[in-house]
Design a protein around this ligand. Structure first.
Ligand code: UD1
Length: 416
């Protein structure tokens, strides 16, 4: 399965259920290392990043049972402290093992993390914050060696509300000696979910959902069962696919409460939305209005992960739009590919100026990263004729089965 083909130009129509959240499941899986008992997670998405995460847990000595969307972890046999390069290199989220390994084993070895090609993505904020908890870092060849004995609570103010750094600090502090106060914490829903999961296991965290978290270290965490929430980025991707193709879709179990900024954008473009019993009905028949200026922001603003999918939709809006990327410095790789389909857009610094066209025409495209890859699928469904996308393994990192889902919405799409 290296490429996807589709015949576009047809409105999507139908209903699909939204998969569990990748960005919630990843830190929660890392958090299982902290738990003295069995963790059972439901609704885990069957995606590549979760596969890598499970492989890392197993290589650390955890016993993992993965059946369908249920993952059971027993971290009590976990003895090792070294995150293997083989999987860490494939996924930046492997940095999230730093906090739990330090909390539980007081020491960790981590290769410099990999992931999407969307900027340099350093981990200086993680290291600076953890350093104020009596944790010391040394560079040893390609490895980061971290040690802290004991791990002490501290007062931390993040220079930028990094999602990953906030998660690592929370994970390092739940078993630390004393209280950790974290200011300017990220407020993404995945952090709220991680904190709720840890609280169920016995952690003491105040300020959940706000930018100031106070964590009182406890002696141990106990086994827990948890259901992963639906993925707001996957829901947003399919919403934009409906808008771009002027379709009508029902997104079952969409986390609408976490999608306000995205829904507002869809409405500005002319979409009609209706929320009922946890489902979201999207009518994109008249969603062709331009967006004079939109920027990506930290939560609750418009998420950077949906910026590329939005570019695909705006490529066929009526008139000119501007999209500014404020979170990552290099997240416009998709622009060159969209131009191959006939889209008219240019990059000016951190902005893309899009001149809406009447139609796109199918051709052969190359996915270069996860969300950009999904954006190309949307563009291929908008375009008339046949589109072929290669290197689709990136898409599999975050979407269970994008062809299955879009077929359920009536698309003529298949793996080739
Ligand atoms: C998480 C999400 C990712 C999303 C991003 C922003 C997961 C698994 N991934 O990534 O899908 O796009 O949040 O919402 O949840 N930065 C530094 N130094 C650091 C850490 C970050 O300069 O130590 C910079 C990054 O390069 C980037 C910005 O801060 O420009 C945001 O990064 P961060 O919030 O940490 O994102 P991730 O946790 O990597």
């Amino acid at each position: 399965m290296a490429s996807i083909e589709m015949y576009g130009g047809k409105p999507l129509c139908g209903e699909i259920e939204i998969q569990g959240s990748k960005n919630a499941a990843l830190p929660i899986l890392a958090a299982t290392i902290l738990i003295d008992g069995i963790t059972i997670l439901h609704n885990c998405p069957k995606i590549l990043d979760i596969f890598y995460m499970v492989k890392i847990l197993e290589s650390l000595g955890c016993s993992v049972l993965w059946e369908g969307h249920r993952i059971q972890v027993d971290a009590r046999p976990c003895k090792k402290i070294c995150v293997p390069e083989e999987y860490a290199g494939k996924m930046r989220s492997s940095v999230i093992f730093l906090g739990p390994l330090l909390a539980k084993k007081k020491e960790a070895f981590l290769p410099y993390p990999g992931g999407c090609v969307i900027g340099t993505r350093p981990i200086d904020l993680h290291m600076k914050a953890l350093s104020s908890m009596n944790i010391f870092f040394k560079e040893e060849g390609p490895w980061i060696h971290a040690k802290g004995e004991p791990i002490l609570g501290g007062n931390i103010v993040l220079d930028f509300p990094s999602v990953g750094a906030t998660e690592n600090i929370v994970l390092a502090s739940v078993l630390a000696n004393g209280i950790t106060r974290l200011e300017n914490a990220a407020m993404e829903p995945e952090i709220t979910e991680l904190c709720c999961f840890l609280t169920k296991a016995g952690a003491k965290i105040q300020g959940i959902g706000t930018s100031v978290l106070e964590i009182q270290g406890v002696k141990e965490l106990k086994g827990v069962e948890h259901t992963i929430e639906a993925d707001r980025i996957v829901a947003g991707t399919y919403l934009f696919a409906a808008l771009g193709t002027r379709g009508q879709v029902l997104l079952q179990n969409a986390p609408v409460g976490q999608m306000r900024a995205t829904l507002e954008i869809a409405q500005k473009m002319g979409a009609l939305l209706c929320e009922k019993d946890g489902d979201l009905f999207v009518d994109g028949k008249n969603a062709w209005e331009r967006l004079p200026y939109i920027k990506t922001e930290i939560y609750p603003g418009f998420p950077t992960d949906l910026q590329s999918p939005l570019l695909s939709v705006l490529s066929v809006a009526k008139g000119n739009s501007i999209v500014e990327e404020t979170i990552f410095e290099s997240r416009f790789k998709v622009v060159e590919e969209l131009r191959r389909l006939g889209a008219s857009m240019e990059i000016e610094g951190r902005q893309v100026i899009i001149h809406g066209k009447e139609r796109l025409n199918g051709c052969c495209l190359k996915a270069q990263e996860l969300r950009g890859g999904a954006a190309l699928v949307i563009a291929g469904l908008i375009a008339k004729g046949k589109t072929r996308i290669i290197q689709t393994q990136y898409i599999k990192r975050g979407y269970e089965d994008i062809c299955r889902d879009l077929k359920a919405l009536g698309a003529n799409i298949f793996y080739s």
